[in-house]
Every structure is written in structure tokens, then in C-alpha cells.
Design a protein. Structure first.
Length: 151
């Protein structure tokens, strides 16, 4: 059975021109304000991230996600394990613990296809939080990210 009337011929010679210009790529991640914990809305429209903001948000989410805690991340290797295993203990002042956290974090950061290289990871312990200052290279550009987490 044909959907077209008898005798009607349909030509399938369609030329499609694909643009190879990647300079104007829009990412579909919504811009999230980590301070107010809300999606950024301007003039009634949600803001979309650029690549730098997307990587910064990904780093923020990675540090704030405990490995295997949420079903959505099961079997994806997304999240941090050692940081959360030490939570509630006084091991954050140990150099060994900080080195383990840095090693795991660097390993996880390199799983992101956009991150070419991890330049530095600095962890500072305050009274009740850890402050992460992370510098990564994305498309030959330096991206800095600051994340704070309560411990």
C-alpha cells in the first residue's frame, strides 16, 4: 500500500548542506547559579551555558555528588567517593587524605571529554568546609572553578 496516489512519482534527490562551523555552538545546559541554587532567568527566558560555564557547572556537580548515592548516577563512575567516606572525621587535616582527594578528583575531571588537562587543584580547609580551587584547560583556554563543600 502506498500513501501517494497511483502514477505519482516522488523524487528523493534532496540536497542538504551541513554547516561545519563550530564557532556558534549552543549548549543545552541551563545556566545554574550555585549561590542562589536557582536556574538563571533573564527577561523571562532561561539562560543557556557556554562551554566554560558548562565545565564549571559540571565540576560543581561532580564535587557535590557522592559516588553511587543516587540511582541516576549508578554504573556511570560519576561522583566522588573518598571525600564523602572521610566526612564526619577529623582526617581532613591529614596530608595523606588531601592527596587522596586530589588524586581522585583529578582522575574524575579527566573523564569529561571537554577537559584537556588539569592544571591545578588546591584544597583549603576552613572551620567547617573544604574550598576547592580548580584550574583546567578547555579548548586551549584556562577555566577556573571555585567550589565549597561543607564537611
Amino acid at each position: 500500500m502506498n500513501i501517494f496516489p497511483k502514477g505519482m512519482s516522488i523524487s528523493s534527490n534532496i540536497d542538504i548542506e551541513v554547516s561545519r562551523d563550530n564557532s556558534n555552538i549552543k549548549y543545552k545546559d541551563l545556566l545554574f547559579d550555585t549561590v542562589t541554587k536557582k536556574v538563571v532567568v533573564k527577561d523571562g527566558k532561561t539562560e543557556i551555558t557556554n562551554k566554560k560555564q558548562q565545565v564549571q557547572q559540571w565540576i560543581f556537580l561532580l564535587i557535590h555528588t557522592e559516588m553511587d548515592k543516587y540511582k541516576v548516577y549508578q554504573d556511570t563512575e560519576f561522583g566522588i567517593r573518598f571525600l564523602y567516606e572521610m566526612r564526619g572525621h577529623e582526617f581532613y587535616s591529614s596530608g595523606f587524605t588531601m592527596a587522596q582527594i586530589k588524586d581522585e578528583l583529578e582522575e574524575k575531571l579527566l573523564l569529561n571529554d571537554n577537559i584537556q588537562k588539569v592544571e591545578s587543584i588546591e584544597i583549603t580547609k576552613t572551620f567547617n568546609s573544604l574550598e576547592f580551587d580548580i584550574v583546567v584547560i578547555v579548548e586551549d583556554e584556562t577555566v577556573e572553578s571555585e567550589v565549597s563543600i561543607n564537611v
